[in-house]
Design a protein around this ligand. Sequence first.
Ligand SMILES: Nc1nc2c(ncn2[C@@H]2O[C@H](COP(=O)(O)OP(=O)(O)O)[C@@H](O)[C@H]2O)c(=O)[nH]1
Ligand SMILES: [Mg+2]
Length: 687
Amino acid sequence: MQQFGLENIRNMVLLSHSGAGKTSASEAILFTAGAITRLGRVQDGTTTSDYDPDEVKRQISINLSILPCQWKGVKINLIDTPGYSDFVGEVRAAMRVAEGAIIVVCAASGVEVGTQQVWSYCEEANLPRLIFINKMDRENADFYRTLEQLQFRFGSKCLPLQLPIGAQDSFEGIVDLLTMKGYIGSQAKEGEPPSSLQTKADSFREKMIEAVAEVDDRLIEKYLEGEQLSAEELSGGLRQAVVAGRIVPILAGSAIKNVGFTLLLDAIHSYLPSAKERDVVIVGDTAKKAERIEPSQDAPLAALVFKTSADPYVGKLTYFRVYTGVINSNSQVWNASRGGAERIGQLFIPRGKNQEPVSQLNAGDIGAVAKLTMTSTGDTLCSQDKPVKLAPIHFPEPAFSLAVHPKTKTDLDKLGAALSRLSEEDPTLQVRREADTNETILSGIGESQLEVAAEKMMRKFGVGVRLETPKVPYKETITVPAKAEYKHRKQTGGHGQYGHVFLELEPLPRGSGHEFVDRVVGGAIPRNYIPAVEKGVNEAFKEGVLARYPVTDVRAKVYDGSFHPVDSSDICFKIAGAGALKKGLSQGQPVLLEPIMNLKVTVPEEFTGDIISDLNTKRARVQGMSPGDGVNIIEAQVPLAEILRYSIDLKSITQGRGSYKAEFSHYEEVPAHVTQKIIAERQAEKA
Ligand SMILES: Nc1nc2c(ncn2[C@@H]2O[C@H](COP(=O)(O)OP(=O)(O)O)[C@@H](O)[C@H]2O)c(=O)[nH]1
Ligand SMILES: [Mg+2]
């Protein structure tokens, strides 16, 4: 097993809008580098990256995959990511452990919403990157149109390093603007660039050289004096510019035809930073401030866990990246995040579904280990004498929820365990119990993610569930004070039943809950029966008289009653208490209450009008807007019932460019016309 040092490892994340060809490109890269011997296809479900049954079925990537290969003495750990926005958690995790990115753009579709999204993530993370314009063979493929869009959106630092030879049906190869050589076909056969491209190539080459010269005082001097820069100066300067984020070189090719990948591998090798070139960010236990240290093989171990997957056969699989030091098979490490020791068994290098056992993993590298007990995603593994915590991964907050209903009793028994395994695998999934509606709520980023989760539960853990829109926890209350009397009396043969209660009901301010007060004087109801009255009242509070939702914000005061020395009992007073409450509620002009949420929507400015008019159809009250920096934040109060599927609405209004947060604020009276609808639905549901 060949060992690689920090300067010879490159962890590179593939990013794009869904469908631009990341998975196909990663397959072509592995094939070109000789890591695989057969070029798989997404349509056939035969790629190295998309091996999971969920991925094969849908023909999209859902999980990040680690795809190592070697090129000219350097180990490249490609990390393929899903482009579909529901799975952005995987993208975040992959970006956290990469020191460079390859942004794939489709030559026919050009810059898409997802392209802009991943570009902004890269800017945020300061991640050096290059752009690969893929699908040059496709109908409508247009390198120059795509280039224009790239420069328009992301600025003039996006510069072609190559030009395609031909396009669509006639696409056959690449001109490298630094060497001014042509490379034809999947073997990248070297030759002269076609004469028809000469003028264009010269002009783009000039732009690239000028931009490269600008990063270095020595080079710019030479350039301005009209001297030629040497090949070494050019490639050294370009590397410096790419690592500093001042140039984003643009390459081109076709994953399907396997054209352009020799040059792409060369570019990763020559221009993107090594693991040695990105600082390690440590967060102290107490200190809020992060500290940056240099990666080093000779330092004590620090490795970040960036993914956990639950495999029904292997058990739990933990993926980590080593930042400093070395990790060994069959050793013991310290989990600084949990404060406990973990036994490390056999280490693996994953490649898609295959795993190659290794005895050690060096600083800069990525690997996996099975069956850790306490470790989860985001944790730091280190040495016990020198504990450190690496900066965690920032996962987006869940914004979309569905209720999970087990299909059978057996499914119910296994549900909790399966859900907790799933949320361990995917930190953007959260599970909670909604006491008011008695539902288990699964929250995540989007609907597809939750559907995949449900399928996974069936496939991996044999738990069948239905996903449904969560119920709204409506409540009921009264709006005016009321008095009510209930006498429970029965004569059945031997000794009878008797309980008699007078209640006074009073509305309380929102959020008070319900209360029971005893004001009985003179023994009208003997002391020992009062707890039974209270029990009856409290039980009756659980189901209101309008639509059997729980009653809140009501005080029930028992102030009188009567009893029978022989026939009275606890149960009789319980029945009387409950009966009196029901009667009182009916007389108190009852209403439904619904949860109102504080909604905060962040969208590009141009969507503000559409967002507001949509909110107006949702009974929302817009509270404020704070425009700035191209985005607008709109704050509103809106009933929960209206935004149960808001993430879907928002996506369609903004083509996926908006985000939102909703937090519970308070309960409010439901308007009368809505109330009737809810009552009717509730009756239909019970029938
Ligand atoms: N014509 C053509 N199709 C491609 C190319 N690369 C990928 N595709 C197709 O585009 C679709 C999406 O590709 P995939 O690699 O899954 O994209 P990803 O979502 O970015 O991983 C698949 O049907 C691929 O076969 C290419 O270079 N040319
Ligand atoms: Mg993919």
